[in-house]
Each structure stands twice: as structure tokens, then as C-alpha cells.
Design a protein around this ligand. Structure first.
Ligand code: THU
Length: 132
């Protein structure tokens, strides 16, 4: 754990500014820490063909995977909502795949944050152990 939760939240806040969200106007930033401490960031990227939209969490994880990372630790998700916004169902599955039962740090722009374990967000998850 090379970075503090605050550092992870701050880089997620910064990348949130880069979100391409002209349709929903709902900007999301995510930052995930790889095992060696490298941080990968992602923002949501929407499409006029709405269903092609990719969430911030997956963009961050795909960036790390494409750089050769295999496993990540904590992930921070920043949204400008009063009630802290958790990852969508699809992202929960992907976070479970590449991060496992890690702390998920939810934060907003006003200094509010909360940490929830992935096992709580995705109980009884389907994963590779069922494929053996
Ligand atoms: N979004 C994320 O980036 N992450 C989530 O976990 C929830 C939803 C994005 C997708 C879309 O661009 C916008 O938020 C509204 O759904």
C-alpha cells in the first residue's frame, strides 16, 4: 500500500475532470493501485450509442491490465453526489475479477468518504473458482 486513501481519492478527483459524459452529465473518476504501488486512473467515457459507455472503474483497470499488471489493491471512486455512489453491477464483477476482496473507497467532492469491502458489495460472487 504505497499511497494513502487521500492520495488515491485526489487522483480519482483529478481524472474525473476528464470524463467524457455529455449525455448523462454524470462524471466519475476512479483510481486503482497495483501491487507495486503504481496508480492507474480512469474516467467514464460515453457514446452517442449509449450502451457503449464504459465506466470509470473499468477504464482504470483496463489501463493497468494493458500495462501488464495482474492484480490490484484498493480502488477509489469519486462522484459529485451527496450520497456516495458505489460501483455499478458490471464494475463490481470486474473489480472482483482483478482486485478480489479489496477496500473500495467511495468519495465525493466535498470531503465525504467511506470504505466498503468488495465482499460486501458483491456477496457470493461468481468467479474463476467455479470454472475448475
Ligand atoms: N458510471 C461509472 O463511470 N461508474 C459506475 O460505477 C456507475 C456509472 C458512469 C456511466 C455513465 O457514463 C454515467 O456514470 C451514468 O450512468
Amino acid at each position: 500500500m504505497a499511497h494513502s486513501d487521500e492520495e488515491l481519492i485526489n487522483v480519482a478527483k483529478d481524472v474525473r475532470e476528464k470524463a467524457y459524459a455529455p449525455y448523462s452529465d454524470f462524471k466519475v473518476g476512479a483510481a486503482v493501485e497495483a501491487e507495486d504501488g503504481t496508480i492507474y486512473t480512469g474516467c467514464n467515457v460515453e457514446s452517442a450509442s449509449y450502451g457503449l459507455t464504459v465506466c470509470a472503474e473499468r477504464v482504470a483497470i483496463w489501463k493497468g491490465i494493458s500495462r501488464g499488471e495482474k492484480k490490484f489493491g484498493r480502488i477509489a471512486v469519486v462522484v459529485d453526489t451527496e450520497e456516495l455512489t458505489p460501483p455499478c453491477g458490471v464494475c463490481r464483477q470486474i473489480i472482483w475479477e482483478f482486485c478480489g476482496n479489496v477496500p473500495v473507497i467511495l468519495a465525493n467532492l466535498h470531503g465525504k468518504s467511506e470504505t466498503i469491502m468488495m465482499g460486501e458489495l458483491l456477496p457470493r460472487a461468481f468467479d474463476s473458482k467455479f470454472l475448475k
